[in-house]
Structure formats: C-alpha cells, structure tokens
Design a protein around this ligand. Structure first.
Ligand code: MTE
Ligand code: MO
Length: 321
C-alpha cells in the first residue's frame, strides 16, 4: 500500500469519475438556484453526505408477501454477489461493475405473443407501481440472504404482451457486452446468460421483476437495471440485467443446464430432499450471521411451499430438479 500526501491526490481519484462529475453538476445546479444563500446549513449537510448515494424510489411495502426475518445489511447484499459476467469471485461484481452503463436500456419482447418489439426501459416500467417485498434468496451454493427488493409482479408485465395459446415458457436473456462485462471474455458459461420459467411459474404472484433494493435503485452488481427474483428457486434462476424476454412453445435451454446438466436442472426449486451431486442441500449458511460453520435447515421451496407447491402436482421433483 502506497501512502501519499493528500495534495498529490486529485478529487477524481478519491471519488469515482461519475460521482466526481455528478458532484460538479450538483454544485453548478446549486449555484443556479440560489439555494446556497437560502439554506447554508442544509447545503453543507447535503454536500458532506454527497453521492455515492443511489437514487431513492417510490414504493409501497407489501408485508403480506414479506418475511419478517432479520434482513441482511446493504453492505452484505451489495458486496457478496454472484454475477459471473463481472467475475466469479463474490467481491468481483461490486468491484468490476462500477462503470456499467444501464442507460439507455432496451428490452426486446419476442416470440409467441401478440405484442412484440423493442421497448425502452422506461416503457417497460411506466405502468407498474413499485412495491417492496422482503424475500429470502437461497443460492444453490448453500448460502442465503434476506433482501428487501423493490419491484413489481412479473405476471403483470407478461399480461401486457398477451402471450398466445402456444406460449408455454418464458425465456430471459442477459446483456451480451464483453467490453463492459469482463467475465464474458472467458468461456465460463455459454454467453449470454439465459434463464427460463414455465409460463404458469412466471405468472405466479411471487415472481418479481426487481429494479431496486433497500428503497434505492438496484446497484449494478445486483443486476441493474432490471432483474428477476424467483424466491422459491435457487438463486441462479433470478437472472440479472435482462435485455430480452421471449415467449416459447418449447422449453428454453438455460446456461447452467447447458454447462452442467446433471447439476443444474431447469426447475431448480429449492429442495432440501434433493442434494446437488457435489454437496448437500439440507442446510444453508445465512450470510453475515453467526460463525462460519453455523447452518440452518433449508426449507422446501425456500419456505414458499404453501404458495407454490400446487404448481408441481404430479411432477417427480427428484427427477425434475
Ligand atoms: N446474468 C446473471 N444473472 C445471475 C447470475 C449470473 O452470474 N449472471 N448469478 C445468479 C446467482 S447464482 C445468484 S445466487 C443470484 C445472486 O443475486 P445477488 O447477487 O443479487 O444476491 O443472481 C443470479 N443471477
Ligand atoms: Mo446462486
């Protein structure tokens, strides 16, 4: 570690370039408003706590669909991530996604639907009131977190595009951009990342499209600007940074299924009774609580069995894992 005198350090090195520029824009705006004279101490406080605060969102809490378990901290939720496009280490996504551009952003709606085409993110989001849902997220790697997501039901979005009677599945695709996503320069997965749900799973009221967490716009490492959260399934189904939604008659081939079909099935329902071929799924580690070796029992469908078990009547979940 090199320690330098503070005068050697340019402001653009201390804060990130974007933050530096937005602070300058903020100062210019303040100068133009006359706020400076009006409320000097308010201004001083605003500047002291200046960015990198992400933008707050407007939303209503949904206690009915929220767990009351202790929430993971902002720090835990935003520094311990899986987002292989930005590296395979848990700290990589936070480190490598800082400059990721999420505007402008378009989402293509394709396939078996009456309404298809390319939509701006604003078009996608406009009709949907946001709500907060505190969900458990159970990673296939046997750890879990509790996260206050901000989003809206995936089913409400799907209805707008009127899937045809041939549509039985929905496929989701992440942005492909190796320039911005350094992980895509390595053949870890068959990029871009693809996930899918049966249409009835996608229409289930628990399936959420998230645009934020902890009341703020989604940090890049958590899948900005738009990601899926399917709380009864292993985390890898909750695809990040979505650019395409396609309605299909046939079951989509997902990235993880293509890579390791014996280990990661299409359904990926959280199931303590079906072990991963290389480790047990009976217990899980809640990130940030207790000692490293502390484990708690994993619940069937991640605790959402009452709501979702009926989707799988007659399906052998040991075979359809
Ligand atoms: N595009 C994309 N989406 C992804 C992943 C990924 O590597 N790429 N990782 C998945 C996995 S394995 C998990 S556990 C969750 C983690 O979400 P979080 O980092 O917001 O907690 O994102 C999922 N979505
Ligand atoms: Mo995961």
């Amino acid at each position: 570690m090199i320690i330098r005198q503070s005068q050697d350090v340019r402001p653009s090195e201390i804060t990130s370039e974007g933050v530096y520029r937005s602070r300058r824009a903020f100062l210019a705006w303040i100068a133009g408003t006359g706020l400076m004279a009006a409320a000097p101490d308010v201004l001083a406080r605003a500047l002291a706590s200046a960015p990198p605060a992400p933008s707050p969102l407007r939303y209503t809490p949904n206690p009915r669909l929220s767990t009351t378990e202790r929430q993971n901290s902002w720090e835990e939720v935003t520094t311990y991530n899986n987002f292989y496009e930005f590296g395979t280490g848990k700290a990589d996504p936070a480190d490598n996604s800082r400059g990721f551009r999420t505007r402008p952003w378009n989402v293509a709606i394709e396939g078996e639907a009456e309404v298809t085409g390319s939509f701006t993110l604003e078009d996608i989001l406009r009709p949907h009131p946001l709500e907060e849902r505190i969900y458990r997220l159970r990673c296939v790697e046997a750890w879990s977190m509790v996260i206050p997501w901000i989003g809206f039901p995936l089913g409400d979005l799907i209805k707008r595009f009127k899937p045809t009677s041939r549509a039985r599945y929905v496929e989701f695709t992440t942005l492909l951009d190796p320039q911005q996503m350094p992980g895509q320069r390595y053949p870890v997965l068959d990029w871009p990342y693809v996930e899918g749900l049966r249409l009835d799973e996608a229409m289930h009221p628990l399936a959420l499209l998230a645009v934020g967490l902890y009341g703020k716009v989604l940090p890049n490492q958590n899948g900005a600007p738009l990601r899926l959260v399917v709380p009864w399934k292993y985390g890898f189904k909750s695809i990040k940074s979505i650019v395409r939604i396609r309605f299909t008659a046939d079951r989509p081939r997902t990235s993880w299924e293509k890579a390791l079909p014996r280990e990661y099935g299409f359904y990926a329902n959280v199931n303590p009774g079906v072990d991963h071929p290389r480790w047990s799924q009976k217990r899980e580690r809640r990130i940030g609580s207790g000692a490293f070796w502390d484990r708690q029992p994993t619940q069937m469908f991640n605790g959402y069995a009452d709501q979702v078990a009926s989707l799988y009547g007659g399906l052998d979940l040991a075979r359809n894992f």
